[in-house]
Every structure is written in structure tokens, then in C-alpha cells.
Ligand binder design. Structure first.
Ligand SMILES: [Mg+2]
Length: 234
């Protein structure tokens, strides 16, 4: 196995010689999920409340069941769906607060080191294309990636087996030599079912929340824990 994992599921090392392809999630993996959590849990309810002359509590009472009903579905990630459901332009609101988009610790260095290695680095995200564009405007992710795909182009989120079939068709890869890093364990479970051998999750996707103490999949706190074996120049 390429991953050496301690009993508490923390990764001790990766044998990079056994990996050819690295699939990377964006939000909560390369980028701090604090931006997205703040946007959906505070910015949207506040905006909805003020537009509809509601209290924040009333807005949350209305929005929470709608959010719950869409979790894990493509709509959850779709700004067009939310713009028409909530009655205002979500992408514009997101652009207004985009200065809050930030890297997770060591993520940019990890991408630079991957770039200098034999591995290809592919971004696979459930983020809507408009969200991806807003984030690419804020941070220079693009130069470090060989390819990037949003689940919207495949019509299925990463949680859906169909996503993996579409990804393989668009960009052939060997699942036995592929490492996939994602903060969502539901997504990792779908990747495992598809046959991806090397799966890693993050213990602290949101820098302002406590790290997870137990995870189903092998985990890292930050990317510097898996630098060993990757070139340190680019
Ligand atoms: Mg994520």
C-alpha cells in the first residue's frame, strides 16, 4: 500500500512512487472551508432576511429545511438553483465577499511540490463553475493543476457513481495508482466504491472549527504531513 497509516488513522507517510495521479477537492481541502461556511450560514441568511423583512431567526427557520433537502445533490452546489429558489443573484453576493477566500495551510506548497513531481494533479470539485471562477480570480490555483473538472459538466456530483464514470471517460486514470484527497467522507466512499485505492481526508477543513478526532479514512491535519518523498523545488 502507498499509505502508511497509524492506528488513529493519521497518515505517517505516502510512497509517492506508487502514485501517478492525484485528484484534489477544492473547498475544505485546498481552500479553507471557513469562507463557504460563513457564506452559507451567515451571509445568505442575513441577506435573505433583509430582502424579505424577516428576522435572522425567521430567515434561518425558512432556509434550514431547504438546505437540508438538497445536501449531497447537485443542486446543493448550483448557484443557479439557489438564485432562483431564494430570489437573488448568489454569484454576485459571493463576489462581494470573495476577499475571504483563502488557502489551507501548506496547500499551495503541496501543489508546487506535486507540480515538480512525476504525478499529475487534477482538481475535481462539486463547486458551481461560477464559484470556481470566483475562487480562481482570488487565488492562483490554475498554474499548479494539469486539469480541472466540475461535477456540473458531468451532471452528477462526486457522491454519485456516474461522476466517476464520466471522469474516467474524460480523463483516463489508473484507480490503483490514484490518490484522492477530499474533506467529505461521503465523497471518499463513492470514490472507494469506484475502486480508487488511496484515499485521504482532512481533519480540519474549516480553520475556525475544531479538528475532527476520528475519521473513517486515513487523515492529515495539513499537507506538510505528506511532503516527504516529493521534490522540494519547482
Ligand atoms: Mg470539499
Amino acid at each position: 500500500m502507498a499509505l502508511v497509516v497509524a492506528r488513529d488513522r493519521k497518515i505517517q507517510s505516502i510512497d509517492w512512487a506508487q502514485i501517478n495521479t492525484v485528484l484534489l477537492d477544492m473547498d475544505g481541502t485546498l481552500l479553507d472551508l471557513h469562507f463557504d461556511n460563513t457564506f452559507w450560514l451567515y451571509t445568505i441568511p442575513q441577506h435573505y432576511a433583509s430582502r424579505n423583512q424577516l428576522s435572522l431567526q425567521e430567515a434561518n427557520d425558512y432556509l434550514t429545511p431547504i438546505f437540508k433537502s438538497q445536501t449531497g445533490k447537485l443542486n446543493w452546489y448550483c448557484l443557479d438553483f439557489w438564485s432562483s429558489t431564494l430570489g437573488f443573484d448568489i454569484a454576485s453576493l459571493k463576489r462581494e465577499v470573495a476577499a475571504g477566500v483563502s488557502w489551507r495551510p501548506h496547500a499551495e506548497t503541496f501543489l508546487r511540490r506535486l507540480r515538480a513531481s512525476h504525478c499529475e494533479a487534477i482538481l475535481i470539485t462539486n463547486a458551481h463553475p461560477d464559484t470556481l471562477a470566483i475562487k480562481l480570480d482570488q487565488l492562483a490555483l490554475g498554474p499548479w493543476l494539469d486539469k480541472r473538472f466540475t461535477s456540473h459538466e458531468f451532471g452528477a456530483p462526486k457522491e454519485d457513481p456516474a461522476f466517476w464514470v464520466h471522469l474516467q471517460r474524460n480523463h483516463p486514470f489508473d484507480p490503483t495508482k490514484t490518490l484522492f484527497v477530499d474533506d467529505s467522507e461521503h465523497v471518499l466512499a463513492a470514490a472507494e466504491k469506484y475502486g480508487i485505492h488511496h484515499l485521504v481526508t482532512l481533519r480540519q477543513p474549516d480553520s475556525q472549527q475544531r479538528p475532527r478526532t476520528s475519521t473513517r479514512y486515513p487523515s492529515i491535519q495539513h499537507f506538510d504531513e505528506i511532503f516527504a518523498g516529493l521534490p522540494d523545488h519547482a
